[in-house]
Ligand binder design. Structure first.
Ligand code: CMC
Length: 382
C-alpha cells in the first residue's frame, strides 16, 4: 500500500530557510532589504551602498563605502579569455547563455573557487558583481558589431555601466534611473533563481557555480524574461488606442499579460509603484518610440488593475514598467535579461553566503507514479 503524500506544486507556501536579507510582504505590497524600506533605498541610496548593505547586513559609513566602491572598480576588468568568449558567442547566442559561459570562465581565473571562509566569499561576490556588469555591457556592444568599451574608474557603477554599453556618459537623471533599476532588482528573497543558486551551493559547489545556476533559472519568461516579453507585447500593441482590444483578446484566450501577477505579491508590487513614477515623468518627454510604449504601458496598467487588481490579486510586477524605462536609457529588449541578472547577482551571492552558515543539502522527494517490475526483453524482441 502506498502512503498518501501531499505534493506542494512549485513549492508554493514552503519555507526553505531562515534569512535576514530581505522581507517581501506580499499581502501589503512591501519590500525591505535588511530592514530598510525599498522606497527609501531607491530614493536615497546607490547600488554600491545597497550591495554593501545586502552583503554585510548594515549600511556602510563613508570610509567603508569608499573602500567597497574602490574594490568594485578594481574588479571591473575582464581577462582576455572572458572577452574572447563574449566575442565568440554574442552574435548568435542568447545574452544569458553568453553571460553564463563568461561567468564560468571567471571561476577558472580563481585559484580557489570554493572557500568555506565567509570573508573570502564576500570578496568573490564583489568580483562577480563588478565583472557581471562589464560582461553585460560588452555583450550589448558585440551583439551590435561595436568595440568593447573598457570601464571608466571615474564613474560609479550605474554611470559606468551605461557608459560601457552606449559609449556616452549619461546625464545625472539617466544615471539615477539606471541606479534605481539596479537597486530594485538587487534582491527578492527565495525567488526561482535564488532558489536555484541555493540548490547548487547546498552541494558545496562554489559561489560561481551557484551564480551560474541563478542565471540559468532567471532566463525564462515567468521570471527574469518577463520584462522583455512585456515590452515586446507593448510593441505588438503598436498604438496606445489598440491597448484595450489587445488586452481583451489575450484575456479571452486565457493567456497571460506578461509583467502582471506574482506568486507572493497579492497587492501592488512596491517596485512597480516606484517605477511607475519614473514612467509618469517620462510620459510625453521621451523619444517617439518610448513615448508610445509609455502610453501603452500606462493604458495596460489601468485596464488590468481595474479588471484583475483587487478582484484577483493580479497587479503589475517590477518587470512590467522596466521595459519602457530601459528603452528610455537606450537599452534594447534583448539585453534586459543580462541587466536583471547583473542587478540580482548580489542577492544570489548574499543568499549563498548566508545559506552556507547552516548548510543542508537540498534533496526533496518525488512521488513515483510509474510502472514497477516490468519484464526486460532483449532488443530484438521489442
Ligand atoms: N495575466 C493574466 N492572468 C494571470 C496572470 C497574468 N499575468 N498571472 C496570473 N494569472 C492568472 C492565471 O491565469 C491563473 O488563473 P486561473 O486560476 O483562472 O487559472 C491565476 O492567475 C494564478 O496564476 P498562476 O500562474 O497559477 O500563479 P503563480 O503563482 O504560479 O504565478 C507568475 C506567478 C508570476 C508565474 C504569473 O503571475 C505569471 O505567469 N505572470 C506573467 C509572467 C511575469 O510577469 N513574471 C514576472 C514575475 S515578477 C519578477 C520576477 O520574479 O522575475
Amino acid at each position: 500500500m502506498t502512503e498518501e503524500v501531499e505534493i506542494k506544486e512549485g513549492l508554493q507556501g514552503v519555507y526553505i530557510a531562515k534569512s535576514s536579507i530581505s522581507k517581501v510582504n506580499g499581502e501589503e505590497g512591501k519590500l525591505y532589504y535588511r530592514g530598510y524600506k525599498i522606497e527609501d533605498l531607491a530614493e536615497k541610496s546607490t547600488y554600491e551602498e545597497v550591495c554593501y548593505l545586502i552583503l554585510y547586513g548594515k549600511l556602510p559609513n563613508s570610509k567603508e563605502l569608499d573602500s567597497f566602491s574602490n574594490e568594485l572598480k578594481k574588479e571591473r576588468i575582464l581577462s582576455d579569455e572572458t572577452i574572447e568568449i563574449i566575442k565568440r558567442m554574442s552574435k548568435k547566442a542568447h545574452v544569458l547563455d553568453t553571460l553564463r559561459t563568461a561567468m564560468s570562465s571567471i571561476s577558472a581565473d580563481d585559484p580557489e573557487p570554493y572557500s568555506s571562509e565567509e570573508e573570502k566569499n564576500v570578496h568573490k561576490a564583489v568580483k562577480i558583481i563588478a565583472k557581471t556588469a562589464t560582461i553585460s555591457a560588452a555583450i550589448g556592444r558585440v551583439r551590435k558589431g561595436k568595440d568593447i568599451i573598457p570601464p571608466d574608474d571615474s564613474l560609479g557603477h550605474a554611470k559606468n555601466f551605461l557608459y560601457m554599453l552606449t559609449g556616452e556618459k549619461p546625464d545625472n537623471k539617466k544615471a539615477k534611473l539606471m541606479d534605481v533599476m539596479f537597486i530594485l532588482h538587487a534582491e527578492h528573497s527565495s525567488n526561482a533563481s535564488t532558489f536555484a543558486a541555493l540548490v547548487a551551493c547546498s552541494t558545496l559547489a562554489d559561489i560561481y557555480s551557484a551564480v551560474v545556476a541563478g542565471e540559468a533559472a532567471l532566463k525564462g519568461p515567468l521570471h527574469g524574461g518577463a520584462d522583455e516579453a512585456a515590452v515586446k507585447m507593448m510593441q505588438a500593441i503598436g498604438e496606445p488606442g489598440n491597448t484595450e482590444k489587445y488586452i481583451n483578446e489575450v484575456l479571452a484566450s486565457k493567456e497571460k499579460i506578461m509583467g502582471f501577477g506574482h506568486r507572493v505579491y497579492k497587492a501592488y508590487d512596491p517596485r512597480a509603484r516606484i517605477l511607475k513614477k519614473y514612467l509618469d515623468e517620462i510620459d510625453g518627454n521621451g523619444e517617439e518610440e518610448v513615448n508610445k510604449l509609455v502610453k501603452i504601458a500606462l493604458n495596460t496598467e489601468k485596464i488590468m488593475v481595474d479588471r484583475l487588481g483587487k478582484s484577483h490579486g493580479i497587479w503589475p510586477n517590477v518587470d512590467f514598467f522596466a521595459g519602457p524605462l530601459y528603452m528610455h536609457l537606450g537599452i534594447e529588449p534583448e539585453l534586459f535579461d543580462v541587466i536583471f541578472s547583473s542587478s540580482r547577482t548580489v542577492g544570489w551571492c548574499a543568499h549563498v553566503i548566508e545559506y552556507w552558515r547552516n548548510n543542508k543539502l537540498f534533496r526533496p522527494l518525488e512521488e513515483y507514479d510509474g510502472a514497477l517490475d516490468l519484464e526486460y526483453k532483449p532488443i530484438n524482441e521489442r
